[in-house]
Design a protein around this ligand. Structure first.
Ligand SMILES: C[S@@+](CC[C@H](N)C(=O)[O-])C[C@H]1O[C@@H](n2cnc3c(N)ncnc32)[C@H](O)[C@@H]1O
Length: 251
């Protein structure tokens, strides 16, 4: 049976927007529950690879509630978080106001005194409102898979990155090992929607993860696309045996 939040083609964006509007308030909690908190480590890895320093400009696409944007900003980058969901951006902006970000516990203290909160703006990752060669690093976490056209998303990341700029993509992956892939897909099919139902009252929103992953060619195709775009040092970093993956390249 197809998922109520997945539609191919032109209807895709409206369905995805509806999905994130519904789960925005519970998104951070559910992320922790379904990944056992591991998403925090993987996002930290993304930020390390983005390798920004004070004064750099960073763009975090499909920023959602802003985890990666805040972490880039803490490294001193002038950071823009972009998302098309106003509801997700509302949560990100509310987090900006919280002492959690302004006065973080020591482990999360800004690495630099130049710390400025990210600016959050609404926009479509497939049609970025920025000139060519604008950013030292462009990241996207769990976003590319949701786009109507993920390749267009990569093209836009490449376009707005400066020469030498780092492009980093984190998303669910497809494990190369068949046994592990089937265990992991069973987790996405059964436990993740159950967690969604229990803590968010919505199993379909979380069943969407597997549905969208089935239609997304994942880490190997993203690497291929990066090579096609002539990025340098293209790398795939498989996490948890490829259940998650980071794609990296330099313009
Ligand atoms: C799974 S969330 C990821 C949020 C955040 N990056 C994280 O890792 O926690 C995916 C986000 O992509 C956004 N999104 C989906 N399609 C988009 C598009 N075409 N343009 C901009 N944002 C989009 C959604 O609104 C949602 O906030």
């Amino acid at each position: 049976m197809s998922n109520v939040f997945y539609a191919p083609g032109e209807q895709r964006a409206a369905k995805v927007n509806d999905l994130f509007a519904r789960i925005a308030r519970r998104y951070d909690l559910l992320n922790d529950l379904q990944s056992f908190g591991l998403h925090r480590l993987w996002k930290r890895r993304v930020v390390q690879l983005a390798n920004v320093k004070s004064g750099d400009k960073a763009l975090d696409l499909c920023c959602g509630t802003g985890d990666i944007s805040f972490a880039l900003a803490k490294c001193g980058a002038e950071t823009t978080g972009l998302d098309f969901s106003e509801k997700m951006l509302e949560v990100a902006r509310a987090r900006s106001q919280k002492s959690e970000v302004k006065n973080p516990p020591s482990a999360f203290r800004p690495l630099t005194s130049d710390f400025r909160l990210p600016s959050f703006q609404q926009g479509d990752a497939q049609q970025l409102p920025f000139p060519d060669n604008s950013f030292d690093a462009v990241t996207v976490g769990y976003g590319l898979r949701n786009l109507t056209n993920w390749e267009r998303g990569v093209d836009e990341m490449v376009r707005v990155a400066k020469p030498g700029g780092r492009i980093v993509v984190l998303d669910f992956g497809k494990p190369p090992n068949a046994l592990w892939r089937s265990i992991y897909f069973t987790h996405l099919k059964c436990s993740v929607p159950l967690i969604g139902l229990l803590f968010c009252g919505n199993s379909q929103a979380y069943a969407y993860i597997l549905e969208s992953l089935k239609h997304y060619p994942a880490q190997l195709a993203v690497a291929e696309k990066m090579r096609e775009r002539k990025l340098a040092n293209v790398r795939v970093i498989n996490l948890l045996g490829g259940a998650m993956a980071i794609n990296y390249g330099e313009k």
